[in-house]
Design a protein around this ligand. Structure first.
Ligand SMILES: [Zn+2]
Ligand SMILES: [Zn+2]
Length: 251
């Protein structure tokens, strides 16, 4: 069993720091961890995500890493026999699909998590205050129509936190069961996986991603699932995986 979604960005790109994550993984009886640094952190991804608006402003302060250092670290870890994979969590921005694909051709990852954190310049998971003037149903609509494009784009091996849009507990008035079923069918057809992420349990919504409702639909369509913590700190590697497993079984 692996934790397939781990960020080491809060520390240096060193074997010592990486080992802190691996230690926790071992203590929690995991076989390994997939390191999936946010692609936007790397200076080489400017064209993939930058805007003149708020998104650009937010990204510019955080786009400070060099991807070659990251890749060198994970390759070195593999040479040392450490149980890691080289992944990335890619922001899906529909109008930057070409730039994203070029980047993924230039750098070879073991796998790519495709995630939607941005709808234009609106960062859906940044702060509840940015939702103030939003129509919740419209946001859900845009989020899931973007999700269909992400699936179709072929950039993702795994869909990250498929219902991240619920993060602050804002729920749509309309029933989205039909949309979830179509999504599940498209995901199955595309041959990609969906992560069951315990990160949602640490967020205001206090619910696993995906919700039991979506999980049942995914299972019904035979979609492949992988386990993830989305840890940004060693203590959260494999966080509440027992809960995730029983949730999957119940669904
Ligand atoms: Zn994410
Ligand atoms: Zn993440």
């Amino acid at each position: 069993m692996w934790d397939n979604h781990v960020h080491i960005e809060n520390g240096p790109y060193t074997i010592e720091w990486l080992n802190e994550f691996i230690e926790v993984a071992k203590n929690r009886r995991l076989d390994g961890i997939g390191i999936t640094e946010h692609a936007y952190r790397f200076k080489q991804t400017r064209d993939l995500i930058f805007t003149d608006g708020f998104r650009g402003e937010w990204i510019v302060q955080r786009q400070i890493e060099d991807i070659d250092e990251y890749i060198d670290l994970i390759e070195e870890a593999k040479r040392l026999g450490l149980p890691v994979k080289l992944g990335t969590e890619m922001d899906y921005i529909p109008e930057r699909e070409k730039e994203i694909k070029d980047f993924l051709t230039d750098y070879h990852f073991d796998y790519v998590i495709g995630s939607i954190h941005w709808l234009g310049d609106f960062g859906i998971d940044l702060d509840a205050k940015y939702w103030d003037k939003k129509n919740i149903d419209d946001v859900y609509d845009e989020y899931y129509s973007t999700m269909f494009k992400l699936i179709k784009s072929g950039i993702a091996d795994v869909i990250g936190h498929i219902d991240l849009v619920k993060i602050f507990g804002f729920r749509p008035k309309t029933d989205l069961a039909d949309i979830y079923t179509s999504l599940a069918k498209e995901i199955k057809r595309a041959g990609i996986s969906v992560e069951v992420s315990t990160a949602g349990l640490r967020k205001p919504v206090k619910e696993i991603y995906p919700s039991p409702e979506i999980l049942k639909i995914l299972k019904g369509e035979g979609v492949n699932l992988v386990l993830s913590s989305d840890a940004h700190d060693p203590q959260f590697v494999g966080y509440m995986f027992d809960e995730a497993e029983s949730c999957i079984k119940e669904c």
